[in-house]
Design a protein around this ligand. Structure first.
Ligand SMILES: Cc1ncc(COP(=O)(O)O)c(C=O)c1O
Length: 383
């Protein structure tokens, strides 16, 4: 008996689809609809008073629900709209004009992060990308070797979006700190499925979003900044919520808030935070270790089923280095994906990867079997 299957009834879409796409959009908990209703009711009945009755503080109160998933302390996580904004905000705190101007990133990082980094070249940054030799893994040694005394920031995805490869964050942080550099970890593909503890790891910055494993829907990203760095960081990408006294409406340069509000900008995405909370609460209730244990078992089963079917996988075979996704490399992956979706088996396709299949805590073993059987049938038919 799999106790986590008791959660299935909370996710309406599981009643009529085989939902294998939580790496892209986690299923909506029914409670999220109630929460969105709560938002509109509050807006309708409390009007402007809602700001003082909770809306203003939401970037931090909702951030606390993320904090307990990623190991941050109380009031150390703030909510933003997405990772791209958080990356821009963090990099805007740093001085790229000096000799220490290197930004070390890696070939499995999410492209949106790269776009932000290359934009910094205009203000002096040198972006060094350590390539992945196979599009699946990222060997540690070349990454560590690229981090030197001219490195200001190291950026890695904890778990790679394309191959689900799990990076050794502890080793990366250790090397970066030895060299006097800081680390920003993109936790989007780990938080909620692979345990991560930002304080134990001593990462300087961490960011991620809610669309995927956290089942929180779009518009709710998060940012963690190591507390002892707060006073030294002055984001150039900022806004009035980050002001020490926002309602003084002072003109001229900002005086930053002393708390995590200094990492906010303008008006927050209140409805998205209402929607996202239910997913975070459920993940907190289950606990990531239990989710990871099941995920490792189910991804191992997917790999075994792929082997039986003679389908290559473009995912790490070492369970400790594999996140929540198994990628099936069939030649006509795009067309097979379209047909799977037509049959209500929800997966996706990524170029240079293949068909990405992701069970989550609500997935039944039989769904793994039927998904691989369908991929096999369609791949064979197209030969
Ligand atoms: C690792 C990772 N980072 C970032 C993103 C997206 O970032 P944003 O929140 O800016 O859309 C994704 C997926 O969409 C991702 O998988």
């Amino acid at each position: 008996m799999d106790p986590l299957l008791a959660w299935r009834k909370e996710f309406p879409i599981l009643g009529h689809t085989t939902y294998m796409i939580s790496h892209s959009l986690g299923a909506m908990p029914q409670r999220a609809a109630d929460r969105v209703r709560e938002f509109t009711d509050t807006w309708a009945t409390r009007g402007i008073r809602a700001w003082a009755e909770g809306w203003w503080e939401m970037p931090v109160t909702v951030g606390n629900l993320i904090g307990s998933i990623i190991g941050a302390g109380d009031c150390e996580v703030v909510m933003h709209q997405n990772v791209s904004i958080c990356q821009s905000l963090v990099t805007s705190c740093l001085d790229w004009s000096g000799r220490r101007n290197k930004l070390v990133t890696e070939g499995l990082n999410f492209p949106s992060n790269d776009y932000v980094y290359h934009g910094l070249e205009r203000i002096g940054a040198r972006v060094v990308t350590v390539p992945s030799p196979d599009g699946i893994t990222l060997p540690l040694d070349p990454l560590l070797a690229a981090i030197d005394e001219e490195t200001l920031l190291v950026s890695v995805s904890h778990v790679a979006f394309r191959s689900s490869y799990v990076q050794d964050l502890a080793a990366i942080v250790k090397r970066a700190h030895e060299m006097g550099a800081m680390v920003i970890a993109d936790l989007y593909q780990s938080a909620g499925t692979v345990p991560v503890n930002v304080r134990d790891l001593q990462v300087d910055f961490a960011t991620g979003g809610s669309v995927k494993w956290l089942c929180g829907g779009p518009g709710a990203g998060y940012l963690y900044v190591r507390r002892d760095l707060w006073d030294s960081l002055q984001p150039a990408a900022t806004g009035w919520m980050a002001h020490e006294e926002p309602f003084a409406f002072e003109a001229g340069p900002i005086r930053y808030a002393g708390d995590a509000f200094r990492f906010l900008n303008g008006t927050p995405n209140v409805p998205a935070m209402y929607a996202a909370r239910s997913g975070y609460e459920i993940i907190n209730e289950i606990g990531v270790p239990a989710i990871r244990e099941k995920s490792k078992r189910q991804t191992a089963r997917l790999v075994a089923l792929a082997d039986d079917a003679g389908i290559p996988v473009r995912t790490c075979r070492d369970p400790e280095r594999r996140g929540g996704v198994v990628t099936f490399d069939v030649p006509n992956a795009k067309e097979v994906t379209q047909e799977l979706i037509r049959r209500e088996i929800l997966v996706d396709y990524r170029p240079k990867a293949g068909i990405r299949v992701a069970p989550h805590f609500y997935t039944a073993d039989e769904e793994l079997d039927s998904t691989v059987a369908a991929i096999r049938e369609l791949a064979l038919a197209a030969r």
